[in-house]
Design a binder for this molecule. Structure first.
Ligand SMILES: *Cc1c(COP(=O)(O)O)cnc(C)c1O
Length: 387
């Protein structure tokens, strides 16, 4: 075998031995949280569709209307032909809703995180990121020219220590955290972090609120709004509560102009489809008015937590992300299989996505779930965990 074939074969063999082999399955998601996987129908507790908007009829209609009015392709990057009326409207709507001077839409959360970190960080700068930050943030930080320091999850004193060290090195710093953490569902102490970041000279701070936008805060403005803070850079994504896909950076006017000059993923990537932008604007309008759905979701979360506590399983998350920590990869796969045998679809998440020995079932609840469906999940959990 040549070097490439050997490397590929070794990686695949390693993954198999570790029970960490990943595969994509062919799936179809249907309304009412139904998921068809390889011919079998399941109740879906794995999607990040927190408000149940992925099958929303008004959103589907908005996408169709956008396609009819503006077409399905933007024809180029925003600097060529891509910055069309629906995208311009969407950016204005996002900036207004979230209280920033500007919003810039990117094709995905992964790409906006790469873009922001790459465009800002120079070789003498420090990136100070929560240890449990999403792969899109940590990968960008590792590839950036500056120094990456990771602080203990949600530990503000550990953050302060790193900021002091950055100061000793006369480095400008970029602090990175998330509103709601994707694998644990807990919130960052944004208020305390804001206090620290705002008094530190040459410090910018950035919050990725992929899992909080739409769910937390007044009119779904997210975790920063709920905690009463405004980071220099706010990332929101449209693949979770929006029920669509894409992402945006919220920032000052000067910062937006800077990104327009230097951000290659913005300059050299085709802007999202006008039909998609039109649907995203509709999603903002819907989300702002979904207080009843948010209240229903919170009631489901409280119910699930109470019933799980009765089974001896507690966690700190009050978000729709409810991790059930199992430990070994093998045991977590067994639990997820037992759930599947009761037609419940919930994903086993294994290292390296989560720390070693913390393999888990990641349950996600959404506003389109009913209490009956959550009770079905709890019953199946009971069965799966007692084996
Ligand atoms: C999902 C997620 C992303 C990636 O967003 P996409 O739009 O799916 O690429 C980024 N950050 C966090 C915290 C996420 O959970």
């Amino acid at each position: 075998m040549n070097k490439w074939a050997t490397r590929i074969a070794q990686t695949l063999a390693e993954r198999t031995t570790l029970d960490a082999y990943r595969r994509r399955r062919s799936m179809q998601s249907l309304p009412n949280n139904q998921l068809v996987v390889e011919g079998c129908r399941y109740l879906n507790f794995a999607a990040n569709d927190y408000l149940g908007l992925s099958h929303s009829l008004p959103l589907i209609a908005a996408w169709q209307e956008g396609a009819a009015l503006y077409g399905v392709g933007s024809g180029g990057s925003g600097l060529v032909t891509g910055y069309q009326a629906p995208l311009e409207n969407l950016e204005a709507k996002l900036a207004d809703w979230l209280g920033y001077e500007r919003a810039i839409v990117y094709p995905s959360g992964f790409s906006v995180n790469q873009a922001v970190i790459k465009a800002l960080i120079d070789k003498d700068d420090w990136i100070i990121a929560d240890k449990l930050s999403h792969a899109s943030l940590l990968e960008a930080a590792m590839l950036a020219k500056g120094t990456l320091k990771r602080f203990v999850h949600n530990d503000v004193s550990a953050l302060i220590q790193q900021l002091d060290k950055a100061h000793e090195h006369e480095a400008a710093s970029l602090v990175i955290t998330e509103g709601v953490f994707s694998m644990d569902g807990d919130e960052a102490p944004l208020k305390d972090m804001a206090t620290v970041a705002e008094v530190t000279p040459d410090c910018l701070w950035m919050v990725d609120d992929a899992h909080g936008i739409g769910v937390n805060g007044r009119e779904g403005r997210g975790t920063c709004d709920a905690q009463g803070v405004k980071p220099d850079l706010l990332i929101v994504t449209f693949g979770k509560a929006f029920g669509l896909n894409g992402a945006a950076l919220l920032c000052s006017d000067a910062m937006a102009e800077y990104f327009t000059q230097v951000s290659r993923p913005l300059i050299y990537s085709t802007a999202i489809s006008p039909a998609h932008a039109h649907a995203l604007s509709k999603a903002v309008d819907l989300i702002r008015k979904m207080d009843a759905e948010r209240a229903h979701l919170q009631a489901l979360i409280a119910h699930f937590k109470k019933e799980m506590a009765a089974l001896g399983i507690e966690n700190a998350s009050n978000s729709p992300i409810q991790p059930v920590i199992i430990g070994s990869n093998e045991a977590s796969l067994r639990v997820s299989d037992a759930l599947k045998s009761r037609n419940i679809w919930a994903t086993a998440i294994r290292p390296p996505t989560v720390p070693p020995n913390s393999a888990r079932i990641r349950i996600t609840l959404n506003a389109a779930h009913s209490f009956e469906q959550v009770d079905q999940l709890i019953e199946a959990m009971h069965h799966a965990l007692s084996r």
